[in-house]
Design a protein around this ligand. Structure first.
Ligand code: SAM
Length: 464
């Protein structure tokens, strides 16, 4: 059977989509190639959030076409995901070596389309149409084959985005928000737990909008137990989903990403206090500290509202880890606006932040706004903000030294496979000396050293 190599660009949603496509192909008899050089099929799962990500994928495909095709002329080449969706046929016109262009609602057709192309029944396939029900087609998992048990898994709960932030291409590449039903998601989570998964991250572009469109609240079937445990009556569909997933026996930890700050109502804040398996971690994309810029971005909250959410979260869970996304150099951002972002970062004391230099995306309102900020200034602001975030992060990580903390052991450390790595509830990686049998265990470790956004634990106090 043919072998496939998938390279993924961009966010965790893309990683999850690639995993599901790989699992679907494996189920059809494909094997996973260890490198592109030996693969019969090479798929690039693309990101469109910034121009840089698109250029990287296009450059990669050009290299593959020039290099791999020379030694392996029959290799099938495909683009999937966000750039495939937004550029469609244009990709084949520009790169005639490409055989398949698969949009964001079409991942589950990958195996059939590849079969057709490999069998010579079809030459080029471009499919970027909308497809009803596609939000429920990202459900297969690889779980590291069967050789090593996966401790953590990602579950896609919805597709699309209706937020229409003025800088963002996602609503145009991922389509309208569509949510899977609670029973469908819970069944997938249960299955994962029965296969040894201990931690599940619920995934969506804006998970706090879960269930707002696509299915009515009245349809949400909740288990009796979940209903009884809930003290409030006013709960969003997302919190109802958290309640339902929380009922699964054997599931140790629940995470989710990405929420929208304006979706942090009191019901969600209470959920952190009330659901022991929901860990103390929140990725809250703030984007800017300036009200003027937030309004231009169409974010739907003010700096004060954001700070209020952080205060409430810390009141509910004082140890909560809070990370964020920030864009620097949004059109019209002045030095004063940027200073407000710096001051917000200091005030919140984020545990970490992903900083993005604003990138003009076609068909988005911000691309046409006056006051586009020159690259040099965007780079300089990126650098200054990074310094501030690193400084705050260092202090926060240093404060863990000497403390005991619980980690879920995920497996070998990526940087040093001779050691093991786990994650704290507040989402910090801890590297320690342990053995394979610790994989999947909740362990108390003592933190002995803090590196750059990594902690190191003392094996001496681990129950060996
Ligand atoms: N759904 C999340 C939200 O907006 O709350 C995040 C989704 S987006 C794929 C991830 C991050 O990319 C955003 O939070 C934003 O910081 C960044 N981003 C999106 N569009 C961008 C653009 N045009 N230029 C630079 N960064 C951008």
């Amino acid at each position: 059977m043919p072998s496939v190599f998938i390279k993924t660009y961009g966010c965790q949603m893309n990683e999850r989509d690639s995993e599901a496509v790989a699992a679907q192909l494996v189920a059809k008899g494909y094997t996973l190639a260890p490198s592109e050089a030996v693969a019969d099929v090479i798929l690039l799962n693309t990101c469109s959030v910034r121009d840089f990500a698109e250029q990287k994928a296009i450059g990669k495909m050009q290299n593959i076409a020039a290099d791999v095709r020379k030694h392996h002329p029959e290799v099938v080449l495909g683009f999937m995901g966000c750039m495939a969706q937004s550029r469609g046929q244009e990709l084949i016109d520009r790169l005639p070596d490409v055989d398949l262009v698969l949009g964001t609602q079409k991942f589950h057709h990958a195996a059939n389309y590849l079969d057709e192309i490999l069998a010579g029944r079809r030459d080029k396939i471009v499919d970027v149409a909308a497809e009803q029900g596609s939000e429920a087609t990202i459900r297969e998992h690889l779980l590291n084959g069967n050789a090593q048990k996966s401790v953590t898994a990602f579950v896609s709960i919805m597709q699309g985005c209706n937020q229409y932030c003025t800088f963002c291409i996602v609503p145009y590449t991922r389509g309208e928000e569509r949510s899977r039903s609670i029973p469908d998601i819970v069944a997938e989570c249960r299955q994962l737990v029965s296969q040894g998964v201990k931690e599940i991250t619920l995934l969506g572009q804006i998970v706090t909008s879960y269930g707002k469109r696509g299915f009515g609240r009245a349809e949400l079937p909740l288990g009796q137990d979940a209903q009884q445990r809930v003290p409030t009556t006013k709960k969003t569909s997302f919190v109802q989903l958290l309640d339902a997933v929380h009922e699964i026996d054997g599931l140790e930890r629940i995470r989710f990403t990405a929420p929208h700050p304006k979706g942090y109502g009191d019901d969600l804040i209470q959920a952190y206090a009330r659901l022991p398996q929901l860990v103390e971690s929140a990725h809250l994309p703030v984007q800017s500290g300036s009200d003027r810029v937030l309004k231009l971005m169409h974010r739907g909250y003010t700096r004060e509202r954001f700070l209020g959410i952080v205060r409430k979260l810390r009141r509910a869970k004082p140890d909560i880890g809070i990370t964020t996304d920030i864009i620097v150099g949004f059109p019209g951002e002045t030095e004063d606006d940027f200073e407000q972002t710096l001051s917000l970062a200091r005030e919140v004391q984020f545990d970490n932040a992903y900083i993005f230099k604003y990138s003009q995306r076609r068909d988005t309102p911000a691309a046409e706004m006056p006051g586009q900020v020159p690259l040099k200034i965007r780079e300089e602001r990126n650098h200054r903000l990074l310094e501030t975030i690193n400084e705050i992060g260092k202090r926060k990580y240093d404060a863990f030294v000497g403390q005991r903390t619980q980690i879920l052991v995920e497996g070998p450390s990526k940087k040093n496979p001779a050691r093991l790595a786990g994650r704290t509830r507040c989402n910090k990686i801890v590297v320690f000396d342990g053995s394979e049998r610790h994989r999947g265990q909740l362990l108390d470790v003592k933190i002995t050293r803090a590196g750059s956004f990594t902690l190191y634990g003392d094996p001496a106090i681990v129950n060996l």
